[in-house]
Design a protein around this ligand. Structure first.
Ligand code: 1PR
Length: 523
């Protein structure tokens, strides 16, 4: 029996599913006694330090956790569950951690995008049972903006390179804690969890020790889902956002099955976009929540869900905040949420006053779940202009002239799935959303969507150069070379595709086989 400390802010379903996939039973902590009597305790942490510490204090869990840790029984801390073991964090000035290890938690101060989101390697510093059966060259999934700095280097189990060489896991006796997410690290992560549970394994060092780890470029499979005219939730695909063919919604397959296929092929992340979310009420969209629950049973890489995330009033006049909506999505197995239309309206409001209200869905979700859980999905389309003069948007000079030979354009943001253009440009949108607490940009492109023409590199470079958070290039992939092109000619951290995978013109595996040796990828 594995006891799981769920303090209510994050996706513990994935951890439960990963542990249960090993045939173990999971008990969720409901009382102090559950902690004190636990055989093995797992503490997954997502969100931010202060929320977590406050919840632990309010539940009087701090002392029982320390008592468990001092008992020598097996403990696994994940992400914030690692950071909580230290004395303090820059993320929460004045708050005290559990202080099991001397040292503090510091924010990355590097020239690379923060949060550190993606698959990176580990530099193994000492033997441990958790490495049993591993080669040492595997990559694991990270999603964090802070890292621990132990005073006692003896506790360091692994480090990882991301601008600096930071501590990515610690071990002292039976206390093991990792910055990376084993439950989201595919088959490698499952092996690590299995090794944690099997406490009689010998301390091992893998045969190959990676000396210089590098973060991998991520290949993401995107599933646009909506109900078809018969009411079934299907995977569909637009061509410049038009998902209908001969009047019917294109039906490319079943969401859970297709997500499972892409995971097996090596997709580094899966994105579900509920493309009619702007008009439906997600909490009544049981099929969508069920898709997430079913998918997270067998897919152990990050799941992002977008569509309809904003404040709501249901037909009975009951108000639901965006936090109510996303907490249901996280409880159903999502690791990140993606906000589209509502983000455009939030940016329009911000631009009127140049002031953040603290009440927008971006700010509120980021405060509770951490900015790494908040993705902004931008749906831009080119607007050609004869000259940049007098245009109050970020205008670029383009290599692809407009219909009347215009060599300037700006990228207009749209809402409602591209149906309505707004007076906000994609660069401004990304900058303001980063300021409000977004952790990543999903940069679509209506002009390229479904065309197989390749990514809009000019759009990606314009946005990427304007923000310091990761950008996902999206729309237009038509062959393996397009993925190499976007990674070699822009600084996008990941590339997303939908159509070529759904139409089985190309597999995720074929893309990764092509990129091997050209860019850093997770094999
Ligand atoms: O506005 O917060 O309710 O979120 C709606 C979400 O659904 C947004 O993320 C929006 O991008 C997405 N969406 C809405 N309508 C459509 C549509 O196609 N009619 N999907 C749509 C946009 C997304 C993916 C991907 C690439 C793939 N398409 O398909 O981003 O476009 O391109 P590819 O097939 O060329 O590889 P809200």
């Amino acid at each position: 029996m594995i006891t799981l400390l769920d303090y209510g802010a994050g996706n513990v379903r994935s951890v439960i599913n990963a542990i249960e996939s090993l045939g173990e039973k999971v008990k969720i902590v409901e009382s102090i006694e559950d902690i004190l009597s636990a055989e093995k305790l797992v503490f997954p942490g997502v969100g931010n330090f202060i929320s977590m510490i406050r919840i632990l204090q309010n539940k009087n869990y701090c002392e029982p956790i320390k008592e468990f840790l001092n008992s020598g029984r097996p403990f696994l801390g994940i992400c914030l569950g690692l950071q909580a073991l230290f004395e303090e964090s820059e993320e929460a000035p004045g708050a005290r951690g559990l202080g099991i290890f001397r040292g503090k938690v510091m924010r990355f101060d590097i020239d690379l995008s923060v949060p550190h989101i993606g698959w990176n390697g580990i530099n193994i510093k000492k033997p441990s049972r958790i490495f049993s059966g591993l080669s040492g060259m595997e990559k694991l999934y990270f999603v964090h903006s802070y890292h621990v700095v132990p005073e006692d280097r003896q506790v360091v189990l692994t480090t990882t390179n991301y601008g600096i060489e930071f501590v990515s896991s610690v071990q002292q006796g039976n206390i093991i804690a990792t910055q990376f997410h084993p439950e989201k690290s595919g088959k490698t992560g499952i092996q690590l969890l299995k090794n944690f549970i099997q406490t009689d394994l010998p301390e091992t060092l893998p045969p190959e020790i990676s000396l210089k780890t590098h973060i991998a470029k991520r290949i993401i499979a995107c599933l646009d889902v909506r109900a078809n005219d018969q009411g079934d939730l299907v995977v569909t695909k637009g061509d410049r956002y038009d998902v209908r063919e001969n009047g019917n919604v294109r039906n490319l397959g079943k969401p859970v099955e297709m997500a499972g296929k892409y995971y097996q092929e090596g997709a580094d992340e899966i994105v579900f976009l509920n493309i009619t979310g702007f008009r439906d009420f997600p909490l009544e969209d049981i099929p969508m929540l069920e898709v997430l629950k079913q998918t997270s049973l067998n897919v152990f890489v990050p799941l992002t869900i977008g569509g309809g995330i904003r404040d709501y009033m249901d037909k009975n006049g009951k108000h639901y905040s965006s936090l109510d909506v996303v907490s249901e999505y996280f409880r159903s197995g999502a690791d990140k949420i993606s906000i589209g239309s509502d983000a455009v309206l939030i940016v329009e409001d911000y631009l009127k006053t140049q002031k953040a209200t603290g009440l927008s869905s971006i700010e509120r979700i980021s405060q509770v779940y951490g900015n790494q859980a908040v993705v902004i999905s931008i749906d831009p389309k080119r607007v050609y202009v004869k000259s940049p003069n007098g245009i109050r948007h970020n205008v670029i000079e383009t290599q692809f002239p407009g219909p009347e030979g215009e060599v300037y354009c700006w990228y207009q943001c749209t809402i409602k799935g591209g149906r309505e253009g707004r007076q906000v440009d994609a660069v401004t949108m990304a900058q303001v959303c980063e300021k409000l607490g977004a952790g990543e940009i999903l940069l679509n492109c209506i002009d390229r969507d479904g065309t197989n023409m390749g990514f809009d590199l000019e759009l990606i470079n314009a946005v990427k150069s304007a923000v310091s958070i990761p950008v996902i290039a999206s729309s237009g992939a038509g062959c393996e070379a397009h993925f190499y092109e976007v990674f070699s000619r822009t600084d996008a951290e990941s590339a997303l595709a939908a159509g070529i995978f759904h139409r089985e013109e190309l597999s995720v595996k074929a893309v990764k086989d092509y990129l091997k040796g050209k860019v850093e990828i997770r094999v």
